[in-house]
Write a new protein. Structure first.
Length: 80
């Protein structure tokens, strides 16, 4: 039994509603089941969810991530 507080699964948090914190690149990697380096490549190519810098850290607004997913779904459905 762990005494440290366990972090909830970010994917479950997004399915259940918006979390009350900004997401990290690690969270984005878990949510989309991709390597963290892919998240950074998306940012460099401006193709993934929009992030913003806080000092040396990149953070993602959960609302922007959900909007990005909705946009991608819409684009993919229109292309099919």
């Amino acid at each position: 039994m762990s005494t440290a507080r366990e972090q909830p699964d970010p994917r479950a948090t997004l399915r259940g509603g918006l979390p009350d914190r900004y997401l990290t690149a690690d969270d984005i990697a878990v949510i989309f089941e991709v390597p963290k380096e892919t998240v950074y490549q998306w940012r460099r190519k401006r193709v993934g969810p929009p992030g913003f810098r806080i000092g040396k850290y990149i953070r993602y607004d959960p609302a922007d991530v959900l909007a990005h997913v909705a946009e991608r779904k819409s684009t993919d459905q229109n292309a099919a």
